[in-house]
Design a protein around this ligand. Structure first.
Ligand code: ADP
Length: 608
């Protein structure tokens, strides 16, 4: 189990290094053991041989003066004693090979029986060169011996040979013993060197493994991993430590870059999501890469779910797809318009800009909602048509009357003045229309400076309706006022006069003879509610929503006949709103209408 864990932990570098070190040390130990064992063996043999040579040589020197010719008991005893002292076997051999004495024999008797030693290799060598040695079994003693023979006398007249011999068995036993020790020490050394190799391999491989794991962690996006490698602060840090420092720095830089990148992309995403324009990025194969929140809202999809889908799948607009292809094919921005039918429907100005690359890597589509612009454009056209129409009618009348006058009616005492009166009437109508339009334009452009003051309402309303008394009396219309004395509004006096004037004018104008007009005002919290009620024809509910638009009339012919411009209620609405108020209408066909103005309440100046 432990081995498995370790082998999983250590990588290739460790095992390669470990085996290399172990093999190296094993070879070194084997060679050293072999050399030492051989040297020791040589030394031992040389020592034994030297000892034997010295003993033989010393004995030879002693006997050189009176070299025995024959074996004798005295000689045998002396040789045996000398051999015993030197712990060797001594043999005296005559130059013709006869054995003269041998410490290996009990007495002189067996010596005489001994075979001729003249052909023994060590004797042959000694007689020839002064010294000879051999390692072989002794035929006499039946054991293996090391023989060293030394010649006595010179080469021309040799007296004989003294031979010293020692048994091989103890020497070989010692050699075997020493070898055993050597092998045991070698084994210990091998174990120790394996441990050292393991330690060295770990010291080298562990940091390398750490580095590779840290590098792998970097690849996996784990930038904050701390390296366990001890990094010396001084300049002579080794390569691994330097690599660790570099890797650590890379990690820190990568983390910083990733943080910056994340911040930037978050900022960009936030900006893109806050944009009112829809932004869609599409790759060259028309798959959506990104879409912002506005795009999802305008085109009816979930921006988080469209990534990877094709533009046509997500938006189902062939116009948009064609524009995208046009931008890619033309390698330049393409512009177009898109009408979206999703809720709420809208019109978009689309700019398709190809991304860099040839062919372009994709396209960025920016959609600007121009529905409001289109509506305003439509309104403008409608307004021009309305204005032209409004101006055309009185002008046509003026031209017709002028034509009639020129054709002779001018001298007609009855029709002449009547036609001139009509011309004046139509010119007055034109003037009124133009003044109303100018007025409205000024209010809308904010060019009518409003001076908001606290206006006491009771007196103001009375003064205002005084202008309509003649008109009302002519139609037998009664105008009643019910305004509390203690009521004031915060408003511009001139504007309020125009608002109230327009409403009362309409009420008197559209109420049939004998009807009633009532003006009421009451407080409603912080506001004042001013109502103009009439018993006129009433206005069908279908017209309520558009009644305050310019030139909107319920009954065109009747309005014109009564001298209306179609702008009165539009002026009422704009002025009231400019003063911080609102308008409303309640009406029932055949019963009458109530126009309600709600304005901020004002304070009355202290009376007295
Ligand atoms: P006009 O100059 O035609 O009166 P206004 O903007 O003042 O233009 O009014 C718009 C239309 O609203 C009128 O043409 C008329 O049809 C209708 N209207 C306004 N006031 C009343 C009312 N008190 N009773 C019935 N209809 C009214």
């Amino acid at each position: 189990m432990e081995f498995n864990r370790q082998s999983r932990r250590h990588g290739g570098v460790f095992w390669r290094l470990f085996f290399a070190l172990v093999s190296l040390s094993a070879i070194a130990i084997a060679v050293l053991t072999w050399l030492f064992s051989n040297a020791y063996e040589d030394l031992l043999w040389r020592h034994v041989r030297d000892t034997l040579r010295a003993t033989a040589a010393a004995s030879g020197e002693l006997l050189a003066e009176q070299w025995p010719g024959q074996p004798s008991p005295i000689l045998q005893a002396n040789v045996a004693a000398a051999a015993d002292r030197a712990s060797v076997r001594l043999t005296l051999i005559s130059s013709d090979g006869r054995v003269l004495a041998d410490s290996g024999q009990e007495s002189v008797g067996p010596v005489r029986q001994m075979e001729n030693h003249g052909n023994r290799p060590e004797i042959v060598a000694a007689l020839r060169s002064g010294e000879g040695s051999a390692r072989r079994p002794s035929p006499t003693l039946a054991e293996r011996l090391l023989y060293v023979a030394v010649r006595v006398g010179d080469e021309q007249r040799p007296l004989g040979v003294v031979r010293a011999a020692a048994p091989l068995a103890p020497i070989e036993a010692e050699i075997i013993g020493v070898r055993r020790w050597l092998y045991a020490i070698s084994a210990l050394l091998a174990v120790a060197s394996a441990a050292i190799a393991y330690w060295i391999a770990r010291r080298v491989a562990d940091p390398v493994r750490e580095l590779s794991e840290a590098a792998r962690a970097l690849v996996g996006g784990e930038y904050g991993r701390r390296l366990a490698i001890a990094v010396p602060s001084h300049a002579d840090a080794d390569e691994v430590a330097a690599a660790a420092v570099a890797l650590h720095d890379i990690g820190k830089r990568l983390a910083r870059s990733e943080r910056q990148l994340r911040n930037t992309s978050q900022t960009q995403a936030t900006i893109l999501d806050c944009m009112t324009e829809s932004v869609i990025a599409v790759d060259s194969s028309e798959h959506i890469l990104f879409a912002n929140a506005a795009a999802g809202r305008s085109l009816g999809f979930d921006p988080a779910r469209v990534n990877g889908r094709t533009l046509l799948e997500a938006i189902r607009s062939h116009e948009l797809r064609d524009l995208l292809r046009q931008a890619i094919a033309g390698r330049k921005p393409a512009r177009g318009e898109l009408t979206s039918r999703v809720k709420p429907p809208g019109v978009f100005d689309v700019l398709a800009t190809p991304l860099a690359g040839d062919p372009p890597a994709g396209v960025v589509l920016v959609l600007r909602d121009i529905s409001e612009l289109k509506r305003l454009e439509r309104m403008r056209q409608q307004f021009i048509a309305n204005v032209s129409h409004e101006l055309k009618t009185p002008l046509s009348s003026i031209r017709a009357y002028a034509e009639t006058l020129r054709n002779g009616a001018a001298s007609d005492p009855v029709h002449g003045p009547r036609f001139l009166e009509r011309i004046d009437e139509q010119a007055g109508r034109l003037e009124e229309l133009i003044l109303d339009m100018l007025n409205l334009a000024r209010i809308e452009a904010g060019q009518t400076p409003l001076k908001l003051v606290d206006v006491p309402l009771a007196g103001f309303v009375k003064r205002c309706i005084a202008d309509f008394e003649t008109q009302a009396a002519a139609k037998q219309i009664s105008i009643s006022v019910a305004v509390e004395d203690a009521l004031a509004v915060h408003a511009d006096e001139k504007a309020l006069r125009q608002v109230l004037g327009n409403l009362v004018d309409n009420a008197v104008k559209y109420t049939p003879a004998g009807g009633r007009v009532a003006i009421r005002a009451c407080r409603d919290g912080e506001r004042v509610l001013l109502e103009v009620e009439d018993t006129g024809p009433g206005i069908p509910p279908a017209h309520h929503a558009r009644l305050f638009e310019r030139f909107y009339r319920v009954d065109n012919a009747r309005s014109r006949q009564l001298g209306g411009t179609g702008l009165g209620l539009a002026i009422v609405k704009h002025l009231t709103q400019a003063m911080g108020g609102s308008v409303a209408l309640e009406s029932q066909v055949g019963v009458g209408s109530v126009f309600m103005i709600c304005l901020p309440a004002g304070k009355l100046p202290p009376s007295g």
